[in-house]
Write a protein that binds this ligand. Structure first.
Ligand code: EPU
Length: 438
């Protein structure tokens, strides 16, 4: 298994580029199921979850080309033949977002078999709200042998009020509704930029959607969708992670190719903590970590609030801020796996229920630590960048799920980070899956 070896102490200087958003690319790839034509997606990040989604689509009979390199990061998906509308357990267990194929498969094939995801490191992660919505649209759902089987002759429009806000739930049902008979009105929807990006793709495919990015979305079903070409938005969580990296290391970093409008909550929290952040043109932010960082409380919320996907990274920053910061996690019940590892590096953090209290500033010392999930890994990388000495991060395959070539990007701005491990380990698997695009 690959590991990162990180020597802390260098301020990050220069320009770092943000890749396409994993959490937008995943639903957009699933949307290709809705048409027999070709869907071309650009700015696809080169991360393991994307390779997994390709594997998922291919296992159903789709043709998926995934090309990186000098050409655009591009995938071309053709779902003309879907011989087996099943998301197998072997794939679903490694990536919960696989449940995003449920809605599109029922809408297109009238049948979907999706392995039940089960719990994961950050919580239970049920998909009951996806299922309730599909039932309201006329699907009948049976659970057996660890699989959910959804069937419908043709889905019909429905009035759906989500009991709680769900990002992939909103995306899944929005996709299903595009091919349903009549109008679907969804209330209490997620407003994340990734939902809006998916709606842009679906609209380019011929769907009739109004209100994406607002709490109520209306979808007027159509008979058929056609192919389209779409560019995925920049990854706001990767951008936020780089902003913290610049601030925590006392660096001067330009975070290029981002969408500043999607980063408002993150930027204002970092500014309140003493980081200097300014816009550099329409798609770049400059962060300077001059002067002392100060404590600040953070509470995670759905967009446009402070994202749960930045909570762990913010906590690393809070260890370097003067005073006590509280960090409250409101979205997932078990997203403090990084705390124990940060404490092993010298942080002072106490957890009480959903709130962690971080007392800073504590010097961090290098240690051998274990990554437990994607964002926890990012938090440990940030901590290691300011720790005294050489840290070794184990299980970086978690990081590879959602951060593209992170060690190369960080090295490019002065970090001392290298990957060690077996050549055929998780980190190299994507490279093996690369298909050059002419
Ligand atoms: N929930 C339910 N029932 C459902 C669906 C969700 O109770 O049917 C609960 C969840 O257990 C959770 C809350 O609702 O407590 C919100 O979950 P949501 O459905 O919004 O999460 P998700 O769609 O599974 C996406 C991202 C996550 C991100 C969350 C929250 C993708 C592929 N994943 O997950 O990203 O943390 O929204 O913003 O879009 C990550 O990238 O590291 C990551 C975990």
């Amino acid at each position: 298994m690959d590991k990162f070896v990180i020597r802390g102490g260098n301020p990050l200087l220069g320009t770092i580029r943000v890749s396409g958003a994993k959490n937008s690319a995943l639903p957009c790839m699933a949307a290709a199921i809705l048409t027999e034509d070709e869907v071309v997606l650009e700015n696809i990040p080169q991360v393991r979850d994307i390779a997994t989604e390709r594997e998922l689509l291919v296992s159903m009979g789709a043709e998926v080309e995934l090309g990186y390199g000098r050409a655009q990061h591009r995938t071309t998906i053709n779902c003309r033949v879907l011989s087996d509308p099943t998301a197998k357990y072997e794939i679903v267990k490694t990536m919960r977002a696989s449940s995003l194929v449920l809605g599109p498969l029922v809408a297109r094939c009238g049948l979907a078999r999706v392995a039940q995801p089960g719990g994961c490191a950050i919580g239970d992660r049920p998909i009951d709200l996806h299922l309730k919505g599909l039932e309201r649209m006329g699907a009948s759902i049976v659970q057996e042998h660890g699989y959910l089987e959804a069937r419908a002759g043709k889905l019909h429009g429905a009035h759906i009020v989500f009991d709680r806000i769900t990002v992939t739930g909103t995306e899944d049902l929005m996709m299903a509704a595009t091919l349903a008979e009549g109008e679907t009105i969804m209330e209490n929807c997620a407003r994340e930029p990734e939902v809006v990006d998916l709606a842009h793709l679906l609209s380019a495919m011929g769907a009739r959607i109004a209100g994406a990015g607002e709490t109520t979305i209306r979808v007027q079903g159509v008979d058929k969708l056609h192919g389209a070409r779409h560019r995925i938005i920049p990854d706001r969580i990767e951008a936020g992670t780089f902003l913290v990296a610049g601030a925590i290391t006392g660096g001067d970093l330009v975070v290029a190719n981002c969408q500043p409008a999607h980063l408002s909550a993150i930027v204002s929290k970092l500014q309140a903590s003493g980081a200097r952040i300014s816009a550099l043109g329409p798609d770049s932010l400059r962060v300077r970590g001059e002067g002392a960082l100060t404590s600040n409380d953070v509470s995670t919320e759905e967009y446009p609030g402070f994202p749960t996907d930045m909570q762990a990274q913010y906590m690393a920053l809070a260890t370097q801020a003067e005073g006590a910061s509280t960090v409250t996690e409101n979205i997932f019940e078990n997203r403090f796996m990084h705390v124990g590892e940060l404490v092993r590096m010298g942080a002072s953090i106490k957890v009480d229920g959903r709130t962690a209290t971080v007392r800073g500033k504590t010097p961090l010392s290098s240690a051998a630590v274990m990554c437990s999930d994607l964002r926890a890994s990012a938090s440990l990388v940030l901590a290691a960048l300011v720790a005294d000495g050489e840290s070794i991060l184990d299980r970086v395959y978690h990081m590879d799920r959602g951060y593209e070539r992170i060690e190369e990007k960080l090295r490019g701005v002065g970090a001392q980070i290298r990957r060690i491990g077996d050549m055929f380990g998780a980190g190299r698997r994507e490279a093996a899956l690369e298909v050059p695009v002419p």
